[in-house]
Write a protein that binds this ligand. Structure first.
Ligand SMILES: Nc1ncnc2c1ncn2[C@@H]1O[C@H](COP(=O)(O)OP(=O)(O)OP(=O)(O)O)[C@@H](O)[C@H]1O
Ligand SMILES: Nc1ccn([C@H]2C[C@H](O)[C@@H](COP(=O)(O)O)O2)c(=O)n1
Length: 225
């Protein structure tokens, strides 16, 4: 079995709604590589903390929650990967903007981040890994061979999220979503530990006005020039 450090990693970081999840899944599928949705881990811990009625600003309580929450991904061919939190399928609850905000809040706690490191490193398996998040290229896989940072204007990202949630039948407003996205990005980018920022050696891709297929092709070209 190859040593983990010899397994190639493509990191895809960026702000909320830049398309990281969508692009990472499609690129991983095309390459036949494993996929790490690191945001889902933070969302799962935020969700578990909410289920336990914890105060999200209680550092000791949320750290214990991060250390003890059981998170499983169940992938099914042709269907959305399900995220099981402490035995409960929480996939739908985790995708809400409320869950994103809770994840962002607990993600600013260094000991919560520390509790999730070895779990994330464990995803690095042959033949390769596509890792999606905020600190994949800077902190978790700094030695990754391939690094991309996706961006798009806040207005474009809010429009994408609006369409996504409307398609699911949820009642949201474009202006409200843009405010929530900007507040989350600002918190993620200003925290002291592992802030949202491009790795020095990442390729920056502004996806404003680019279609999904175009972005996938650009990212794939990083791995297969
Ligand atoms: N280039 C694109 N053009 C149009 N729509 C896109 C593009 N990329 C992604 N989308 C759509 O935007 C929405 C948000 O994308 P996605 O969930 O992948 O973003 P994300 O960066 O992972 O967000 P988050 O960090 O909040 O999880 C989805 O509905 C997706 O289909
Ligand atoms: N590597 C990561 C991934 C996610 N987070 C935090 C910050 C995000 O706002 C939140 C939700 O992530 P998403 O599912 O939207 O990608 O989780 C982080 O700090 N580091």
């Amino acid at each position: 079995m190859p040593h983990a450090s010899s397994v190639p990693v493509l990191t895809i970081d960026g702000p909320s709604g830049s398309g990281k999840g969508t692009i990472s899944a499609l690129v991983a599928q095309q390459l036949g590589w494993h996929l790490l949705d690191s945001g889902a881990l933070y969302r799962a811990v935020g969700y578990a903390a909410g289920m336990e009625g914890l105060d999200l600003s209680d550092v000791e309580a949320v750290t214990r929650c991060a250390q003890t929450t059981r998170i499983q991904f169940r992938a099914k061919k042709g269907a959305e990967t399900r995220v099981i939190v402490n035995g409960h399928d929480a996939t739908d609850e985790l995708r809400t903007e409320t869950a994103g905000a809770a994840a962002s809040a607990i993600a600013s706690v260094p000991s919560v981040r520390e509790a999730l490191v070895s779990l994330q490193l464990g995803f690095r398996k042959a033949p390769g890994l596509v890792a999606d998040g905020r600190d994949m290229g800077t902190v978790i896989f700094p030695d990754a061979a391939f690094k991309v940072f996706l961006t798009a204007s806040a207005a474009e990202r809010a429009k994408r999220r609006y369409k996504q949630l409307k398609d699911k039948g949820l009642s949201v407003t474009l202006s409200g979503l843009q405010r929530e996205i900007e507040a989350r990005d600002s918190r993620d980018a200003s925290r002291a530990v592992a802030p949202l920022k491009p790795a020095a050696d990442a390729l920056l891709v502004d996806t404003t006005g680019m279609g999904i297929d175009e972005v996938v092709a650009k990212v794939l070209a990083v791995v297969q020039p």
